[in-house]
Design a protein around this ligand. Structure first.
Ligand code: SF4
Length: 262
């Protein structure tokens, strides 16, 4: 299939073309959309997976089954849950791929020296800008499209997302294959295809980000209620390889839960 040329991207993704594509994709399955995207953009597409939610795991499984070499990245904020770091290692081993970690230019210590000990408590927007948005921009640099895990059922801020959108912020096409799926459909896919997901997703953390900004969700709350609780903030602004020695105890405990007899 012909690859999309950088110089023509903006023309191709005119508002009218986007509308047509989105209408067409509404009848596609997520796997079909992922397959279209991988064929359309070839090596110029990348997949974001945080290893903290069920949607990312479903997309990872779809994409790697179609193309085991698709580049996968995650923003390593340095503040992810130990279980997430450990789970990422388990997944990488299981699928036989290596996700690319993109980190802030500032270490946590440098951030504390410059902005205070708890930037996440005083200015989480800036915190996310430094530790999520900037690394994601770096990860997307040089790519023409990315596959993201957004769904319309994840709250009002995501209710109107398209399956394919042009992202001026990063200069890439956003592909949201799960836009019209809900949590139940994603979990059905995981169960039906034996796809692993972060153990914390079943322990009150359906949406998992950094330790400082994620709390367990209570029954009846929105699934993203546990993110930046207490702040008028529902999105991080996005849209190093793990030190295995540090993660080893958690890694082993996750492995024991996931693989009986290990
Ligand atoms: S979610 Fe919180 S801890 Fe993580 S980058 Fe954003 S502000 Fe920092």
């Amino acid at each position: 299939m012909q690859q999309v040329e950088q110089s023509t991207l903006r023309e191709i993704w005119s508002p009218e073309a986007l509308e047509d594509k989105n209408q067409e994709f509404e009848s596609y399955s997520p796997t079909e959309i992922v397959e279209w995207a991988l064929n359309e953009f070839g090596p110029d597409i990348t997949l974001a997976c945080s290893f903290g939610g069920v949607s990312g795991m479903a997309l990872l499984d779809m994409a790697l089954n179609i193309n085991p070499d698709v580049p996968v990245f995650y923003a390593d904020t340095d503040f992810l849950f130990p279980e997430t770091y450990a789970f990422k290692e388990v997944v990488a081993l299981g699928y036989g791929f290596q996700p690319l970690a993109f980190k802030s230019a500032l270490t946590p210590e440098e951030q504390a020296a410059k902005y205070g000990e708890a930037l996440w408590a005083t200015d989480p927007d800036l915190g996310c800008e430094l530790r999520k948005v900037a690394p994601t921009a770096e990860a997307l640099s040089g790519h023409k499209a990315w596959i993201a895990r957004l769904r319309r059922d994840q709250g009002s801020s995501r209710r109107d997302i398209g399956i394919i959108e042009w992202d001026d912020k990063y200069g890439v096409a956003n592909i949201n294959p799960l836009a019209n799926w809900d949590e139940e459909q994603v979990r059905e896919y995981l169960a039906g295809n034996d796809v692993w997901y972060n153990p914390l997703n079943d322990q009150g953390y359906p949406s998992l980000g950094c330790t400082h900004c994620t709390r367990a969700v209570q029954p009846g709350e929105d699934m993203r209620a546990g993110r930046w609780s207490g702040f008028d903030k529902t999105e991080c602004g996005l849209h190093l390889p793990l030190n295995l020695e540090d993660a080893k105890p958690s890694f082993l405990s996750v492995l024991k839960n996931l693989i009986p007899g290990s």
